[in-house]
Design a binder for this molecule. Structure first.
Ligand SMILES: [Zn+2]
Ligand SMILES: [Zn+2]
Length: 345
């Protein structure tokens, strides 16, 4: 089959012919890929930023945001059949560890992360496990939802955690209305009655934010903290969901919180620095967010099928992966870039 493999860090991946993955374990599921999302994490992987963390051996197949059709199943698989349309939770999980039993798939002690630490979905076929596949509603096409498997899931996971703090009359600030942010805004609108204030440097991103359901938008022109405080009656917001995580956003987020407010960190790159006295005297919380659970992904697919969450995409044939990477690198992708293997439909 055709696959996109990384042979060397700091070098572009190659499109080449490799053997198709095969069922070897009773819970294995092979998915024929209908669409795979290209993610900024793929750029970071190519740059070598994940080399130590993942410990992956090169060459390997990239691609961790995958959807398609079940093409083969192991002898013990009962939850999907060959031919089913599925989106793939990014982790293969054991189901037996404490985290799995709590439903926290992303903390599985024996998990694998195809596309990060093993062969992923920039290929015609992907091997995953029975616990990772979510059946799709007939109205959803794999290429339209693939990027919800990771980018969308991460945004939804944070929105769902924040939702428990957002009752009528509360305010939530979203920093960053890009690829993840626009899913976060739609998820918060679907899950909470909070007033949503969206902050971004780009007027175009703020326009998208309004289309996604933002109640108010604020241009990040240096006065964004004051503007948020003004629009929250001087109190600040109960929740700040930070999809940027660098370049001043982390400092802004803390200043935008009300007393006992919560800062949800999703974007990364910077460092959270808050003095202990500020934490104890205001009881603010800093909350980390990593991917999401299987149940989060299933819920997000319900919202997608209902039309409450839609993803803006730009598609490329799998063989044009390096054009897609160039476009992502140079800010030319509208929404999320999706790679589609030849003949997948
Ligand atoms: Zn991703
Ligand atoms: Zn586990």
């Amino acid at each position: 089959m055709k696959a996109v493999r990384l042979h060397q860090y700091d070098e572009r991946p190659r499109v080449e012919d490799i053997a198709e993955p095969e069922v070897t374990g009773p819970f294995d599921v092979i998915v024929r890929i209908g669409g795979a999302g290209l993610c900024r994490t793929d750029l970071h992987i190519i740059e070598g930023q994940w080399a130590e963390k993942s410990g992956v051996e090169l060459p390997y197949v990239l691609g961790h945001e995958n959807a398609g059709w079940v093409s083969a199943v192991g002898s013990a698989v009962t939850n999907v059949d060959v031919g089913d349309t599925v989106i793939v939770h990014p982790l293969i999980t054991c189901g037996l560890c404490r985290a799995c039993r709590d439903g926290n798939d992303m903390h599985c002690e024996n998990g694998a992360f195809p596309g990060i630490d093993s062969d992923g979905g920039f290929a015609e076929y992907l091997k995953t496990g029975a616990r990772s596949v979510v059946k799709l509603d007939a109205s959803l096409a794999p290429a339209d939802v693939a990027a919800l498997a990771d980018a969308g899931l991460t945004a939804y996971h944070a929105a769902k955690k924040a939702a428990s703090l957002l009752y009528p009359g509360t305010r939530a600030v979203v920093i960053g209305a890009g690829g993840l942010g626009h899913i976060g805004i739609q998820s918060l609108r679907a899950l909470t009655p909070a007033q949503l204030i969206v902050v971004d440097r780009s007027e175009q991103a703020l326009k998208l934010a309004e289309e996604c359901g933002a109640h108010q938008t604020v241009v990040a022109d240096g006065t964004q903290v004051d503007q948020v405080l003004e629009r929250t009656g001087g109190h600040g917001a109960e929740v700040v969901v930070d999809f940027v995580g660098e370049g001043g956003a982390l400092e802004d987020a803390v200043k935008m919180l009300c007393r006992a407010g919560s800062h949800f960190v999703i974007g990364y790159g910077g460092t959270v620095q808050v003095s202990a006295i500020d934490i104890i005297s205001t009881e603010i919380n800093v909350v980390g967010n990593l991917v999401g659970t299987y149940n989060d992904l299933a819920e997000l697919m319900t919202l997608a099928a209902e039309g409450q969450v839609t993803l803006h995409t730009q598609t490329y044939p799998l063989r044009a992966v390096n054009d897609a990477i160039d476009d992502l690198d140079h800010g030319r992708v509208q929404g999320r870039g999706i790679l589609i293997p030849e003949g997948a439909a």
